[in-house]
Ligand binder design. Structure first.
Ligand SMILES: CC(C)(COP(=O)(O)OP(=O)(O)OC[C@H]1O[C@@H](n2cnc3c(N)ncnc32)[C@H](O)[C@@H]1OP(=O)(O)O)[C@@H](O)C(=O)NCCC(=O)NCCS
Length: 180
């Protein structure tokens, strides 16, 4: 079994934001950023696993700050977690004002990628060497996110789900329940 250091999984891309990427208010389209995120996640996962990969899931894409036309966007990706055939790529996005050099954190997201062999079957990925506190924290956070997602699906998607059991939980929300 091969083990690879997190530091050796890092991939960085920088791109200048063009007017053609902007929406009607002059800010960069969220969809364009998502497309770049998917590209860097693919590059990071494929480089790590030495296979082609597919995107299985995207977790928490919070747009923390808008990105302006003319800013230099840098995305930094690394492998946060590995399973058997899946990997979680963590990506941090910063936008830099070229004139002032001021950088702002615009986005952090987590892409789960699955490694595929030549016949399109999911295939085993290398192990990961964690050698500092942040890398251990990121690995543990990925485990927690996976568990929370599984629990959520188990709780709300089960065949014997009874909506009446949850009506109280909805009382303080901006909804009316009108069950037929
Ligand atoms: C993602 C995909 C490969 C999973 O295939 P599958 O046959 O369900 O595979 P498995 O159940 O064996 O799961 C394979 C791994 O993916 C993980 N996985 C599958 N679906 C997942 C999801 N929704 N979220 C997170 N991880 C997921 C599993 O946990 C497993 O991880 P492990 O091997 O590290 O334990 C398959 O659903 C697929 O090909 N989806 C389409 C992908 C695609 O086209 N992406 C681009 C969208 S345009």
């Amino acid at each position: 079994m091969t083990y690879i250091r997190v530091k050796d999984t890092q991939v960085t891309i920088s791109e200048l934001m063009l007017p053609s990427h902007s929406n009607f208010s002059g800010k960069i389209h969220g969809g364009y950023i998502l497309s770049l995120l998917d590209q860097i996640a693919f590059a990071c996962a494929s480089k790590f696993s030495r296979t082609y990969c597919v995107t299985a899931s995207v977790d928490t894409v919070d747009f923390l700050n808008p990105i302006e036309v003319g800013e230099l966007v840098t995305m930094k990706a690394s492998i946060n977690y590995v399973g058997n055939t899946s990997m979680v790529v963590g990506i941090r996005v910063e936008a830099e004002n070229i004139r002032t050099g001021i950088k702002k954190h615009c986005n952090s997201s987590y892409f789960t990628m699955v490694a595929k062999d030549k016949t399109n079957n999911s295939t085993k990925v290398p192990g990961l060497i964690l050698d500092d506190t942040i890398e251990i924290q990121r690995f543990l956070k990925a485990i927690k996110r996976h568990e929370m997602k599984k629990n959520r699906q188990n709780e709300f998607d089960r065949a014997d789900f009874i909506p009446q059991d949850y009506l109280k939980d909805l009382e303080n929300y901006n909804v009316k329940v009108e069950l037929k």
